[in-house]
Design a protein around this ligand. Structure first.
Ligand SMILES: [Fe+2]
Length: 412
């Protein structure tokens, strides 16, 4: 029997039934669906639970909410807490570096980058660590370059090796040193390279999955056509430290330069956040009480307006003092953090993830989490979250637990 016949049978059996005789509504409606599918609609024949229980209400032993059901479950993206250990991924970077050094065709030629791309196990094989964030970890051998390009996703590099690489953004050459965060906002031309003597490693962070969802992810690799040049990399117009010199004078904003760099909106003109300066700022404040949920925490901000560096992502750095344990907190935003210094563990939804330098850990939204520093010294974590996006669309909320375990609403 054809689908059309099936559908016709269903409708005709309604007409054939005596008006006072009950019919199986679900069966009758389901029989219409094969035809309806061809017309790109679905006749609702089942309950569709939303993807989450109310995230702020405990739902039994597992506070994570539950998966959707019915038709809406088919496309649900539900990230899981996960840890990528430096001791696990570093050997692969070394192998890539060794292969590249003797390559017939450089990996950067056939794969665009030499990197591993992190995949959250809850998101099947999507190359993303949360619903909105992609992370890859790149290695550049001495002499490697990534030609100039520009793209719609906002991006950054968090530098893991001591020194040696660079990123040129809109003509400003930023030397990469451990703990630095170098931003390449949406709409800024940039190229990368390593003119040192050792391989360099950094984490690339992008809001790429969000742009993909919006069908707005694009990359323009054609620097030569755009600027009518034979070069694949940008000339250096500003030396290392240029944007820091302009914008790092505590509360003073220069008025003789345009803050528009690149061709997008809402982008920070400060491209280079120094790891040394971030660390010094945290240490200077370490005798303050701090935040019971975050320790001594700071946000990397756009110095022109004090807002997040990107309209989508929030970049934070926090210091946990020796033996400090934060209280439990949960947010509507998702994040990942990388360990810059120290050892400890993070509990996420009852799971314990111990960590050491360069480990990367994903914290999906809604899950209770707390950090514990087990080092004898300070621990420093860098977090990237989509809290800024959630705030900008009016969806950011957070809760904490006080010392008695009572749930309280946190700052909006
Ligand atoms: Fe890029």
């Amino acid at each position: 029997m054809t689908l059309q016949q099936d559908s016709l049978r269903a409708t005709s059996s309604i007409q054939d039934s005596p008006v006072n005789q009950k019919i199986s509504a679900r069966e009758q409606m389901e029989a219409l669906n094969p035809e309806a599918k061809k017309l790109q609609f679905w006749i609702r024949t089942q309950k569709n639970a939303p993807a989450q229980e109310p995230w702020f209400s405990p739902v039994g032993a597992d506070d994570s909410g539950k998966l959707a059901s019915g038709q809406v479950a088919k496309n649900q993206l539900k990230a899981l807490p996960y840890r990528w250990r430096w001791s696990d991924y570093r050997p692969y970077l070394d192998k890539i570096s060794q292969i590249s050094a003797r390559a017939d065709v450089a990996p950067v030629e056939f794969a665009d980058r030499q990197s591993i791309v992190l995949m959250n196990p809850g998101l099947t094989e999507r190359i993303q660590v949360t619903n909105t964030i992609r992370c890859s970890i790149s290695i550049y051998n001495p002499g490697d370059i990534a030609p100039a390009h520009v793209h719609s996703p906002n991006a950054s590099r968090t530098i893991l090796t001591d020194n040696g690489g660079y990123t040129n953004i809109e003509g400003e050459r930023c030397e990469a040193r451990r703990g630095d965060v170098i931003l390449t906002p949406n709409g800024t031309w940039h190229d990368h390279g390593n003119d040192g003597v050792e391989p360099v490693i950094w984490i690339d962070t992008l809001d790429w999955p969000l742009m993909e969802y919006l069908d707005c992810a694009w990359v323009d690799q054609d620097y030569q056509r755009t600027f009518g040049t034979a070069e694949k990399i940008q000339p250096v117009k500003y030396v290392d430290g240029y944007s820091q010199k302009l914008y790092s004078n505590g509360g003073l904003r220069p008025t003789f330069v345009s803050h528009q760099r690149g061709f997008s909106q809402k982008l920070t003109p400060l491209f280079h956040y120094s790891g040394v300066e971030i660390r010094n700022a945290l240490i200077t404040l370490k005798d303050e009480a701090g935040d019971p949920y975050e320790g001594i925490s700071m946000e990397l901000v756009n110095p022109v307006n004090g807002e997040s560096v990107f309209p989508t992502l929030r970049y934070g750095a926090q210091l946990l003092r020796p033996s400090e344990a934060t209280r439990f907190k949960r947010e509507t935003s998702s994040s990942y953090f990388v360990v810059i210094q120290g050892e400890g563990y993070t509990e996420i939804n009852g799971q314990k993830f111990d960590w050491e330098p360069n480990d990367v850990i994903a914290i999906p939204n809604f899950l209770w989490r707390r950090h514990v520093n087990t080092s004898g010294g300070d621990a420093i974590l860098y977090t990237v979250s989509d809290a800024t996006l959630m705030r900008n669309i009016g969806q950011y909320r957070a809760q904490g637990k006080d010392l008695e375990g009572t749930v309280i609403q946190l700052d909006l």
